[in-house]
Design a protein around this ligand. Structure first.
Ligand code: GAR
Length: 190
């Protein structure tokens, strides 16, 4: 059984979806640890309630980003994590995590990459006026939202969409494809 280390920064709905897929047997893995860079991340509560180990590392407690990430890597290694899953982790990934886990680290992004990288991807899509939006599960490399694509899913953009309504439609697809992409990435490890 492969061990997942899931990094979050907030709500954690993608982490919950991964957990659900594991519980239903659709995804053959275990969430070994949930790590957040924010102590108030709502997803931490779900993890604790479901008996998953959690850890919080706050960048402000460190002299450098490298030192911060080094502690995350140490934690991931202590849990024998095979695949790092960025599930709404709203921080750029730097050298320590890349050196330890490049090729074994995946992210979910709420746009059809390579369009609309970075923050507020759903708003970027609305502002641009695209008629099709979606989400992308991909490997993490140094360049932001630019790693090899594993899976994508598309949704229509409706004339009366708001950022909230479009984000919700995309999020449903995120929850579907992320676990499938994680399974694909795990299959590559063997
Ligand atoms: C998701 O929509 C995810 O794709 C996005 O943040 C949200 C987190 O929601 N991630 C990014 O924008 C990364 N650049 P969640 O905490 O409920 O999973």
């Amino acid at each position: 059984m492969h061990n997942l280390g899931v990094l979050i920064s907030g709500r954690g709905s993608n982490m919950m979806a991964v957990h659900d897929h594991i519980q239903s047997g659709a995804l053959g893995a275990e969430i070994s640890v949930v790590i957040s860079n924010k102590p108030q991340a709502q997803g931490l509560t779900f993890a604790v309630e479901n008996g998953i180990s959690t850890a919080v590392f706050e960048p402000k407690d460190y002299a450098s980003n490298n030192a911060y990430e080094q502690d995350i890597v140490t934690c991931l290694k202590s849990f024998k994590v095979d695949l790092v899953v960025l599930a709404g982790y709203m921080k750029l990934v730097g050298d320590p995590m890349l050196q330890a886990y490049e090729g074994r680290m995946v992210n979910i992004h709420p746009s059809l990459l390579p369009s609309f990288k970075g923050l507020n991807a759903q708003k970027q899509a609305l502002d641009y006026g695209v008629k099709v939006a979606g989400c992308t599960a991909h490997y993490v490399i140094r360049d932001v939202d630019a790693g090899p694509i594993i899976l994508q899913a598309a949704v229509p953009v409706l004339d009366d969409d708001t950022e909230a309504s479009l984000s919700a439609r995309i999020l449903e697809k995120e929850h579907e494809i992320f676990s499938m992409a994680i399974q694909e990435a795990l299959d590559q490890l063997n």
